[in-house]
Design a protein around this ligand. Structure first.
Ligand code: P6P
Length: 333
């Protein structure tokens, strides 16, 4: 029997949204198209020197903007705008949200938050990178200009979230609140195929992912946890394995498939953590919980937090349920 394509899967599952008139289907399909286009450029990046290396300018985060960052941002914005379902976009690459001034229709029912190319500093060393996206119904009336309030919704109100990991193969993983499904891209056919149906964390993970170079800047409880995971205890599967790629989507994806926890705690240099609540923590939290895992900021459930700013940072503890609960015994006290 032929394997289901992502396009077929999206249409098959649209009955999960009894009131949707196919608009979420069209929205997800536009994300799929942009992912294919970005994937092609990433694969050519080694050859297409015009697209490698920095633009010599900084993005709103003050980070060196790689040309592929800008290219990916443009492609996702263009694809989302063309479907006319989205009234607003918040992106890591744009200081303010995009709305009707940028050609998005006030008639759109959805807003999208995205990190179009996370981990882009890894591009020129050929390490896997990713796109992360998060979708909400707007809260302001359809037909009116999109507002900041539409973007500052708690993660628990997401209607869909996903990521693309551009690695040895390119995969798109997403949830609409009915489980997590993974699709692998076949470049020979130009389609994503359902390769990882109903993804769930393995029951007891053994991998921990953290930049241990920051350990001396973290709270004592975290140092105690990092000591704990290194202690020999065969019954509990310790010492755990340290795995850290430095590319959030790649680290998260490996931990989802193999069983692990990803930690980016508050440090003295980054007192609110480094990662972004709206377009990194919340979408990964939605996926993690749908896959049987947990996601906190060390104290509270990430998806319960009410955002106050588009680019706000949070500490991130995300992964297999038992590992996050074990870590919580040490941190956040
Ligand atoms: P550090 C990449 O810049 C990123 O945003 C994530 O993809 C990654 O997990 C993290 O930062 C790495 O940060 O401080 O360990 O280099």
């Amino acid at each position: 029997m032929r394997v289901t394509t992502l396009s077929e899967f999206i249409v098959e599952r649209q009955h999960d949204f009894p009131f949707a008139s196919g608009d979420l289907t069209r929205l997800l399909s536009s994300i799929q198209l942009a992912a294919k286009i970005v994937n092609r450029e990433i694969n050519r990046a080694g050859l297409a020197t015009h697209i490698l290396g920095g633009l010599g300018q900084e993005n709103v985060q003050g980070e060196q903007q790689m040309k592929l960052d800008v290219y990916a941002n443009d492609q996702f914005i263009h694809a989302l705008r063309s479907q006319q379902e989205v009234c607003g976009i918040g992106s890591e690459e744009n200081e303010g949200f995009l709305g009707q001034k940028e050609g998005l229709p006030a008639s759109g029912k959805y807003i999208v938050l995205m990190d179009p190319l996370d981990g882009s500093s890894n591009i020129d060393v050929n390490v896997s990178i990713g796109t992360i996206f998060s979708i909400y119904h707007r809260v302001s009336p359809v037909g009116t200009p999109v507002t900041l309030e539409d973007f500052l919704q708690p993660g628990s109100r997401q209607i869909a979230a996903g990521y693309v990991v551009y690695g040895s193969s390119t995969m798109l993983i997403y949830t609409t609140g009915k489980g997590v499904n993974g699709f692998t891209f076949d470049p020979a056919i130009g389609s994503f195929f359902l390769s990882h149906p109903n993804l769930r964390f393995p029951t007891q993970g053994k991998i921990y992912s953290i930049n241990e170079g920051n350990a001396m800047q973290c709270e004592p409880g975290l140092l105690a946890y990092l000591n704990h995971v290194k202690q020999e205890d065969a019954a509990q599967g310790r010492p755990y394995a340290a795995r850290y790629i430095g590319s959030l989507v790649a680290d998260f994806h490996r931990n989802l498939l193999k069983g692990g926890i990803y930690l980016y705690p508050a440090t003295t240099k980054a007192p609110k953590g480094k990662l972004r609540l709206l377009y990194e923590a919340n979408p990964l939290a939605f996926i993690a919980e749908q896959a049987g895992g947990l996601c906190t900021n060390g104290r509270e459930r990430i998806m319960d937090l009410t955002p106050t700013a588009l680019h706000q940072r949070v500490p991130l503890f995300v992964g297999e349920k038992n590992m996050v609960e074990e870590c919580q015994q040490f941190v956040g006290k």
